[in-house]
Design a protein around this ligand. Structure first.
Ligand code: UT7
Length: 325
């Protein structure tokens, strides 16, 4: 019998501190930086984001999201035999955020690791977890995206700091007799690494280079709209489906204009697109599972729906996962 991988539960976590665009205008004004609610809404669709308090790490947000996902799936921590965390804002240089999360959840023994594919991280993590389940290496996996991007923002750079937020999303992915994950498609092209990066690193006890996020927004925008269409079509072709089979498109939540463009190219109306960027901003690897969980809990996404998840981000990385929920 073919062994498939299926999402059986979702969860998410947002830190309590919510900053509206008006709050960002005030915060940046104190640094002599000018922005406006109108500019942010018109160019990005973002109205608010959440920032984690000092001392709250990616593993903390991930732990809450995982507990919710396990509750929804009806599994307990000792059932879990694989944890993959997608993050670009890990708690430490090492060990992995997944190892810290594993301990916080009271799990021991199973393999755990982080995936670093920036905003495509959850798509990469889901692809790897699905493969490990299909080959019999794992049976019940936690696949997580968790970020505290507020820690790597330059609050004197208005072109980036208004865009990002903190949060986490998680799914339980289980072995199943029925699909599940229908197709995956992941890519990268390192020649574009300079257009979205945090170039600093730790060396000899010092941070060398700039440890804050840098982005050429227009270059990222142009690449994003092209590759998001290509990867969605590639996943559909692999599964023998067309965009008419998609019940919900759940794209990486970076900019409403990119989502509108992708939906148009795939001939999907916007009422088939899950949008949370307005309330969460861009939470990088967390954005897709966070949006998925919100759509499930809002009663939008239902059991049996066909979902297209897709992401794009630093690396440059991109990819898609088509699945029956
Ligand atoms: O998560 C990974 C994927 N990331 C993305 O997908 C992000 C992709 N890029 C974008 O979403 C958009 O390029 C941005 C939202 C980052 C920027 O939007 P844009 O329409 O490309 O604006 P722009 O960079 O062309 O800037 C237009 C103007 C500039 O002023 P001038 O030169 O025309 O006078 C900027 O200085 O807007 C100005 N500007 C701002 N004004 C007020 C840039 N940021 C701000 C701001 N507030 N926060």
């Amino acid at each position: 019998m073919t062994r498939y991988a299926r999402i059986t539960g979702t969860g998410s976590s947002l830190p309590p501190q919510r900053l509206t665009n008006a709050d960002m205008v005030d915060m940046l004004a104190q640094r002599g930086v000018e922005t406006s609610d109108e500019w942010i809404v018109e160019r990005t669709g973002i109205r608010a984001r959440h920032f984690a308090a000092d001392g709250v790490f990616a593993s903390d947000l991930a732990a809450e999201a995982c507990r919710q996902a396990m509750d929804a799936a009806g599994v307990v921590p000792t059932d879990i035999d694989l944890i993959i965390v997608a993050t670009s804002t890990p708690d430490m240089v090492f060990p992995s955020t997944a190892a810290l999360l594993q301990h916080k959840l009271g799990i021991a023994g199973c393999p755990v690791f982080d995936v670093q594919a920036v905003c495509s991280g959850f798509i990469y993590a889901l692809t790897v977890a699905s493969s490990l389940i299909q080959t019999g290496t794992a049976t019940k996996a936690l696949v997580v995206g968790s970020e505290v991007f507020s820690r790597i923002l330059d609050f004197t750079d208005r072109t980036t700091c208004v865009l990002f937020g903190d949060g986490a999303g998680a799914v339980v992915l289980e072995a199943s007799d029925t699909p599940g994950i229908l197709a995956t498609d992941i890519h990268a092209d390192g020649k574009h690494s300079g257009i979205l990066c945090v170039p600093g690193h730790v060396s000899g006890g010092n941070v060398l280079g700039d440890p804050l996020l840098k982005m050429d927004g227009q270059a990222v925008f142009k690449l994003a709209v092209g590759v998001l269409e290509d990867t969605a079509r590639a996943a559909l072709t692999k599964a023998g489906k067309t965009s008419a089979d998609i019940d919900w498109l759940i794209p990486h939540q970076a900019n409403i204009r990119i989502m509108q463009s992708t939906a148009k190219k795939l001939k999907l109306p916007m009422d088939k697109v899950v949008v949370t960027v307005d309330q969460h901003g861009n939470t990088s690897a967390a954005s897709i599972p966070l949006a998925l969980d919100h759509a499930v809990r809002a009663g939008q996404v239902k059991k049996g729906d066909t979902l297209m998840l897709e992401g794009v981000g630093g690396g440059f990385t991109w990819g898609a996962v088509l699945l029956d929920f």
